[in-house]
Every structure is written in C-alpha cells, then in structure tokens.
Design a protein around this ligand. Sequence first.
Ligand code: SF4
Length: 448
Amino acid sequence: MPLTGIEIFKLLPKTNCGECGVPTCLAFAMNLAAGKAELSACPHVSEEAKAQLAEASAPPIRPITIGVGDTSLKVGGETVMFRHEKRFENQPGLAILISDTMDDAEIDSRLERFKQLQYERVGLNLHPELIAVKSESDDAGKFTAAVNKVTQNSNAGIILMSSKPDVLAAGLKECADKKPLIYAATKENADDVAGLAKESSCPVAVKAENLDEVVELTTKMTEAGINDIVIDSGSRTVRQAFEDQVVIRSSALAKKFRPLGYPTIVFPFEMTDDPMKEAMIASMFVAKYAGIIVLSDFQGESLFPLLVERMNIYTDPQRPLATTEGIYEINNPNENSPVLLTTKFSLTYFIVSGEIEGTKMPSYLLVMDTEGLSVMTAWAAGKFVADLIAPFVKKSGIEDKTKHRKLIIPGYAAAESGGLEEELSGWEILVGPREGAHIPAYLKSWKP
Ligand code: SF4
C-alpha cells in the first residue's frame, strides 16, 4: 500500500531546508504522496528512508520499456490526468500490424513503410516505434518465420501476439534478446505465459474481458514476480474502450490502485473497418490514455497527423520547444553575408531558418535565448529588447565573422531599432519583415 503524507514525513530529515523546492519537509511529503514530486528532489534523505519511500515515490503508473538500446520505447510512468497539471511523461508507442498469414511481399512493403514514414518537424524526428507480429495461423513455424523477417529487417520494438503459449515461446526464441512485449496472458493461459515472461525477463500484456478480470490477471502476474505489465482491457467498442482508459488512469492516479497502475494497449482496427475512423479512434487514444496503439497499417496521410498530435500533447507545457542560442550559418556565409536576428523558440527558428535556406543566400542567423518565447511574445514580455539584444550581439562573436555592421531585426521588434543603434555603437539596424514568409523578398535587396 502506498504511504500517506504523514508516514512519508516521518521518514524525511525534518530540517525544512527548502532545497527540494518547497519550504517544508511536510509540504514535500504531501507532494510526494500525491505523486507531484520525486524523491530525488530531496538530497538529504537517508538510504534507509529511500528504500522505505520507494513505494510511495514510484509513479502510480509503472513505466515499462519495450526493446533495447537507442530504439527502445518507454511507456507509462504517468502522474497526472491532464497535461496542464504537470506534463505527460512518455508518449504512446505506435505499432504497425504484421500477420504471419501475410505473404512475403506484403510483409516487405509494411516493413518498408515502417522505415520510410518518418518526418522532421521543429528539429525532431517523428516516427513510429513498434511492429506487432501476430500469429493468425497458430503455426509456430510460420510465426517464427515472420518474427525472424521482422528482426532481420528492422530495429523496431516488437510485440509478439498469440493466444498460444507454444507459439509465443517459438517467437520468443527468435527475439528474446530484443525484449519484446509478450501479448497476451489471458485467464486461460496466464500460468504458461507468466512462465515465458519470467524466463525471458520480457514485459507481458494481460488481456481480459473486463476490468475486474484485468485486476485478477495483473495481481496473478505480480504474485508470480512479474512487474512489467501492459493492460488490454478487452473492450472493442469505442465507448467502452475509452471509458476503460479513463477508469484505469484515474484508479491508478487518484486511488493509487496498483493492480491498474500499468500502461495500456489498444487496437483501433478491431473497433472499425474504416481506415479513416481507425485513425480518428487512434487519435482519441493518443489523447486519452493509451500506452501503445496498434494500427492495421501505416499510411502517411493518417500516420503523420497522429505523430504530430502525439508530439504536441507530450511536449512539456512548462518548457516550450526551443533550439540553442548562438550563431547559425546558413548556405555557407562569408564576411559580406547578411546577419538576421531571431529568438530560439523552435517554431520561430525553424520557420526563419527554412525561409533563409530557401533563398540560397549565404546568411548568418543570430538566435537569442528568450526563454522559449516567440519574437512578438518575447518583445511584449520585455525579453527581446535593446538592453538585452545588444549584449547578446556583442558576446555572440558575430563581429569576428563579418566585415559589415548591419543587423536585420524582426519587424515585430521594430520599436527596438533606435535603442539598438544607441547600444550597439557602429551598427546599422535594419528592420526586416514581420513574417518569415517575406524574408526571401526582403533579402533580394541585401547589400553589405
Ligand atoms: Fe525537507 Fe529534504 Fe525538502 Fe530539505 S530538501 S525541506 S530536508 S524534504
């Protein structure tokens, strides 16, 4: 059972030093009990107390890792119902289905789509992570061949799907070292599948008919010493599956109910035959609250929006996406190239740098730290003003790279041009366009 705030408080140093970010040990204990703080935030807690507090400080939804190395996927570990309360921690994995009844050409084309459908956006590579290999033949040989083809041609995380323990065991022999997710332990096969999970140290999914049965199965697994569990509540109607996700998340978080404190897996294609509806259902589960979403296939037009939705929901609302402050050299600039200024908010940076790149004109882009704010917001907040821009430009080192002293500032910061000419002696301040899209036309008239 999780400890209460008072029980946790008794184990803390009680010095009220405030180094954990709250003024008292009691406040920290309450936050810890509510899952709003992490034990590591207190540097003074004793090793003995740490062991006792491990249970209380563990995330209410256990984090589970599928796969190994750089391509492994962590799901679960969530601590809040709503993103604005803190943040969502680990984005749901997206999986493509491969059946052992598909012919080689179909499997190859799915593996190819898995590899090809990756997208660069605001400096991030958006891509799916998992391949679900399903035994529909119930033939261990066919299943092994399909698993083998996947492992030979992809470094994806793997989900092994069969209701037959002997078929799962055959698949595991091919890829146990890649730590696949074993899907699934049911009421009928729980002992055998638990044996496979324990022997291979792989995570295991439980598949039930309803939430009561989920609790029975997860309890059985933990009693067998298996803690890395994923839940399939068994619902295959959109409404029930959605309700299950909410009940599982809220029971784990609000009631600290450990038997439901695991990430979930959902199968939108088992809820509709329409690919467009499947994408919409998957989109709902990205928001609430799936850990793994298995799709019948990947198509760019449905996968890309899901990846973008996932990125948006799983970014930390308290930490805007930002790039690094500094000088960015675009199109091999030289000492006569224009110098443009912008802020390090990712979307701003990628729009501005993309427009400059498109002109093919060699240019320097000075990117200033404005705590993740865009140009207009930073200017309005007093973080992108002459008093701060001038020291940044001087310190940046741009004066060693150019012969001219002309600085192009964004149109939205035009009001700073006078102040900048005073602060940056010897520099001429040019007011550039307000919108990134107008940069190419503006740069056409550039003269050093
Ligand atoms: Fe108490 Fe530790 Fe926080 Fe200091 S850092 S106030 S000792 S909980």
